[in-house]
Structure formats: C-alpha cells, structure tokens
Ligand binder design. Structure first.
Ligand SMILES: [Fe+2]
Ligand SMILES: [Fe+2]
Length: 477
C-alpha cells in the first residue's frame, strides 16, 4: 500500500492531490481538510470543524484560485470524488489538458488497484465504464490528449498501471484508425481496463516470479485470459468489442498465441489491435522476470520483426505513427531519427463498411513510376518488385527503393494479366522504411478491381486470406 501511495505522490504534487474547484461541488468537499498551494508549500485553508462550503468555493474562484488540495492521506475519498465528477473535469475548458490527464490517469490507477484487490462486481464494472467514457471524451476532444496521458504513464510492473495504459492506448489507436463510435470506443476502453483481470486468480508467487517458469507455471499464467473472461461473463453480457480485448489480446495471427491459438481472420481486428498495444506496454514496462526494459523504438522494432507473421502490419504502422506523435524522443536523437523514418500515413479500420478481402501472397510485378513532362505522361524505368498483398482497392509491394506518397505508378505482371488484370495504375499512399534498404509500399488502385477478379488470385498462386481488416471505398488517406 505504501508503495502505491508513493506512486501517487509522483503523479500529484508532493503529497497533495489537486481538486479543480469549478468541477467539484463544494458539498462533496466537506469531509476533507482543504489546503491551498502557495510559494512556500501548502497551507491549511479549512479543517473538518469549520467545513468547506459553496461560499468558500465561490470566494476562492473570484480570487483566481482554480485548485484546492487535499492530503494524500485522504486519497481514497479523494479518488471517489474525482470519479464522480470526472466527466465535468474532462469537459471543463478552464482546466489545462495536462492537469485533466493527470487527474484522470491517477483516478483510473486507483480504481484499477481496487479492481485487482478483489474480483470486481457489477458496481466496479460500472465505475470502470465511467472512467473509460471519460478517457474517450478526453482523447476525442483534443488531438494532443493522448500525448499528455502518455506523459502520465508509469511504466512500472504494477498491473494497475498496465490496465490504465492499455485502456488509453486502445482507445487512441482505434480512434486514429477511424473508429469514431463513442460507445464502441468506451467498450474497448473498458475492455482495456479489465483485460488482465484474470490475473487476480493467479498466485502472486507465480505471477511475480523472477525465476524461469516451468511449463506448468506458464500454463497457469496463461489461464488468466479464460479466468478473466469467465469472471466477467458471470457478471454481465460482454459486448463483442470488450470481449475482443479481454479474450484475444494474447492471440497471434500465425496461431502461436493463446488461449485458443486463433489464426488469421479468426482473430478479430480489435483483438489484433489489443495484441499490439498489450505487447508494447509489456515490453516498455519493468517486469520482475526481465533484466531490462525496451525503449519505445526498440519495442516497436521488436514487434515489427514479428510482423506480419504475428501482428497486423496496418495496425502496427498506425500504432508506430501514434506513439511517434505522442512520445517525442527529444533526449534520444538516434531514436528520433529512426522513428521519423517510420512516419507513415495511418491506415483506417472500418468496422461497418463493406468488406474487401485482402490477400497475402508473393507475386513478381514490374512497377514504373508515372510522371508528367510538358503535359505528357511518361513511364519511368521498369523496376522489378514483389507484391505481397492485394485487395479490390489496394496493392502492396516490397521495394529496394523508397516511393513518395502521391507517386502514380503503372503495374504489370505476367501472373496478374493471366487472370485479366492488366494496365493497372495506382497511387502510392504510404511507404514504410524497414531500414536496411527495403521498403513496404501501399498503393491504391485508380480504379477499384472487381471482387470476382480478386477472388481469381487464388487460382494463380498460394494466398493467405485476411478479411479482418476492412477497407472502404470512400476512405480518405
Ligand atoms: Fe494478458
Ligand atoms: Fe496485458
């Protein structure tokens, strides 16, 4: 408990917790000793006998005092008050975004600690959903909000911080990929806060073991997914978005994950998303069984090294771009350079639009860059490439040379022309630098291909079908 209190002190200021006066009804402050911040520290404004009332609140606000403080000793009552008023706090234009993020983050950590102390019931799940909704509101309201939440992140080995980090990363990434439905985002965030709840059923000596795990112990740890899911299902009907985060965050595209070993499109888009976010946070956090923690750049690289086998390439690109925006690595110029190379346009995920099956394969193609010289379209030299994925809307290929976004290209391929796909033109929408002299390029066809012709791909080569990621005709890049 003492360690938790220490952590909160880091989140707040020197043992005092801030209360935004405009958002918190004065009546709910009656049970606190109220302090004011001054140049020389904190001074007592009202104790329990005198009581803090609406008049005090009004007077202080009139004098430009926006925050009062309570002692960290009163943290439990404080965080319940913050939970009850979090919606007002997030919506208040007078409170700085950093302060909102700090309060929301610390309040969520407190709730997560409680969730991990005893199996949560209906009431706790409701409170969890309430904080997830506030996180959605904060992230949706302001582009930089996820960045300030990241500043508040604690990458320690407490599961509580991990739950809160996953909640905000999941919401922010899904939103970055085009998911704008507030209710779905809230369910995702609630799933994030509860995704490892099954760990409360795992003996702590196994969970925090610093020794290599035996096969049996590893199996027990893996059981946290099913145990968490079963516990939640006893309390409520799990919406599919929440279920994806809770049940699939350890599943991997190649079937190597657990608990079910789901493969390819058996694994939902949101499950894939949760898998990347969960792995990243686990790698960048202190773990008792690991001697070092990964930097942001190294963790992204490690995940990328296992993509597309285990992780979804489009979701990873969007995640890398999101983290690059949120965590500028000023003090690590090397990392900054390598991250800036990874700058890509964000692919979109669309859960409601029409589906376009995406196939992974290996087909040799020839690409020529199109350019306009004195109003005449000219074809550049032929460059041999390997195409690795295709859908009605897009073609992806591996290249030894970079391509600029918006570069128009002409594509020919003996294999593709055998099924009637010739005279293909497309525009490059992103080019991902894998360093070491190779790139993955995504191009969008000028004219969408018919589903029938794409289906014929199966007749000319081996394909892996990825129908989970859905593209939309009208998506904007
Ligand atoms: Fe987990
Ligand atoms: Fe996790």
């Amino acid at each position: 408990m003492e360690e938790n209190v220490n952590k909160r002190q880091i989140c707040s200021q020197a043992g005092y917790l801030p209360i935004p006066l405009r958002c918190v009804p004065a009546q709910s402050l009656v049970e606190f000793k109220i302090y004011l911040a001054g140049k020389d520290g904190y001074s007592l404004y009202s104790n329990l006998d005198s009581g803090f009332g609406p008049r005090d609140s009004q007077r202080l606000l009139e004098n430009g005092v926006e925050f009062v403080y309570v002692s960290v000793k009163d943290h439990q009552a404080y965080y319940r008050t913050m939970e009850d008023t979090i919606e007002n706090i997030v919506a208040d234009p007078n409170i700085q975004q950093e302060k909102k993020s700090e309060i929301l983050y610390a309040t969520s950590i407190e709730l997560s600690n409680q969730l991990l102390a005893a199996p949560p019931g209906k009431e706790e799940i409701k409170r969890t959903a309430n904080l997830a909704r506030a996180t959605v509101q904060l992230i949706m309201k302001d582009k930089g909000a996820f960045g300030s939440l990241c500043q508040a992140f604690n990458h320690d080995f407490y599961t509580a911080t991990h739950l809160v980090n996953i909640c905000s990363m999941t919401i922010s990434l899904a939103q970055k990929m085009g998911l704008m439905d507030v209710q779905i985002l809230q369910q995702l965030g609630t799933g994030g806060l509860l995704h490892d709840i099954g760990k409360i059923f795992i003996p702590p000596e196994i969970l925090n073991s610093v020794n290599p795990l035996t096969a049996q112990e590893y199996e027990i740890i893996q059981s946290h997914v099913n145990r968490g899911r079963q516990h939640l299902e006893k309390i409520m009907d799990l919406p599919s978005e929440m279920l994806a985060v809770v049940a699939e965050h350890h599943e991997r595209i190649d079937g190597s994950g657990y608990p079910k070993g789901l493969k390819h499109d058996q694994l939902s888009p949101l499950g894939r998303l949760a898998g990347i976010v969960d792995t990243f946070d686990a790698m960048t956090s202190v773990r008792p069984y690991r001697s070092h923690t990964f930097s942001v750049g190294d963790a992204l690289q490690e995940i990328e090294d296992n993509t597309p086998q285990k992780y979804d390439v489009d979701i990873l690109h969007a995640f890398a771009s999101m983290m690059e925006d949120a965590v500028p690595s000023d003090n690590d110029p090397e990392e900054k350079t390598s991250n800036s190379k990874k700058k890509v346009q964000t692919p979109t995920i669309n859960l409601s639009g029409p589906k376009h099956t995406q196939y992974y394969f290996r087909i040799p193609i020839v690409v020529q860059r199109l350019s306009k010289i004195r109003d005449k379209i000219t074809l550049g030299p032929k460059e041999k490439m390997i195409s690795h994925k295709i859908s009605c809307l897009r073609l992806g290929f591996l290249s030894n040379h970079p391509f600029k976004s918006d570069q128009n290209i002409y594509i020919t391929s003996e294999k593709l022309s055998a099924i009637g796909m010739d005279k293909l033109t497309a525009v490059v929408i992103n080019c991902h630098d894998h360093t070491g002299g190779w790139y993955t390029v995504d191009a969008k066809f000028h004219k969408p291909q018919s589903p029938e012709i794409i289906e014929k791909i199966k007749t000319i080569t081996d394909v892996r079908e990825i129908s989970a990621l859905v593209e939309h005709e009208t998506e904007k890049y």
